[in-house]
Design a protein around this ligand. Structure first.
Ligand code: GDP
Ligand code: MG
Length: 272
């Protein structure tokens, strides 16, 4: 996984006395912004400063029990970010805990615009034996029907990709949110952030946030991203926690976010 490379680079840097310039280059390679880097390296103990900064930013950690406090998981984000695959991975992860019977889980396909979207969801869900609810119609009315017929279930709602410039589609996703509120659901809205996306993501999230609440992030494609710096800036700017990280195309390639495990990847002998 990608973290292996970070650790390897850090180790190599620590084999010799690391210079400020070398550390700057390491952070640039990881995709941190110049303002972030400037703040880190202004200090003589820049390695400590870096690690402390990460610790400050990552002030969250989740266990399975946390998620069972909710009953409705709304997945949103731009096209191709990984919503459909991560919704199945996430539901499967919760299912595997064995805390809840499989019949209490339902994935609702509210991506009714894109041809093939329903089929993709069905295929993925079938692989892990999860039930899906698929209907034609407007996304919000599909969700309405699904909720009306499945009052006591854990519902996972897959939405269609929104371009932040398409106001109608963003209004539609807000309608889905309102429908969930109408049914008094305990909603967790999860913005799916593609780790390969880069700094444009900040602006994109801002626009989504102006339409509906976002409770936190699901990071995808962590296995293929080399520049993860922007993720820390998103967290800093919007104070959003990371609920899970997806790191591969296999349906088991997902982990609930754990602060200790995550930060461990930035530690090597010498930098603490
Ligand atoms: N390598 C890798 N690929 C991923 C990951 N998550 C999603 N993908 C791929 O990204 C593409 C888009 O994913 P999809 O779930 O359809 O995105 P959606 O449009 O947001 O629903 C698909 O080819 C997925 O297999 C991941 O964690 N790692
Ligand atoms: Mg999709």
């Amino acid at each position: 996984m990608f973290f292996g490379k970070i650790k390897e680079s850090l180790k190599n840097l620590f084999k010799k006395q690391i210079s400020k310039e070398e550390f700057e280059r390491f952070l640039i390679d990881l995709g941190f912004s110049y303002s972030f880097i400037k703040e880190i390296v202004k200090d003589k103990n820049f390695l400590d400063t870096f690690y402390k900064k990460l610790e400050d930013l990552i002030n969250f950690s989740f266990s399975l029990d946390y998620f069972f406090k909710f009953d409705t998981f709304l997945f949103l984000g731009p096209n191709g970010s990984g919503k459909t695959s991560s919704i199945v991975k996430f539901a499967y992860y919760l299912l595997k805990s064995g805390k809840i019977n499989k019949d209490k889980f339902l994935i609702v396909g509210a991506d009714t615009y894109r041809a093939g979207a329903q089929e993709q969801l069905k295929k993925l869900a079938q692989k892990v034996n999860l039930n899906v609810y698929l209907e034609n119609g407007k996304p919000a009315s599909v969700v309405y029907k699904a909720l009306e017929e499945n009052k006591d279930k854990y519902i996972f709602i897959d939405t269609s990709g929104r371009l932040e410039t398409n106001k109608n589609l963003l209004k539609e996703i807000f309608k889905i949110y309102k429908v969930c509120q109408k049914f008094k659901r305990k909603i967790l809205s999860i913005y799916i952030l593609d780790a390969t996306y880069g700094k444009h993501a900040k602006n994109q999230i801002k626009i989504f946030k102006s339409y509906l609440p976002i409770d936190g992030l699901g990071i995808t494609k962590f296995d293929i991203s080399k520049k993860i710096g922007f993720i820390f800036e998103v967290i800093e700017e919007y104070k959003l926690p990371i609920f899970f990280i997806s790191y591969g195309e296999n349906l088991e390639d997902i982990s609930i976010f754990n602060k200790k495990e995550f930060l461990k990847n930035f530690q090597v002998e010498g930098n603490l």
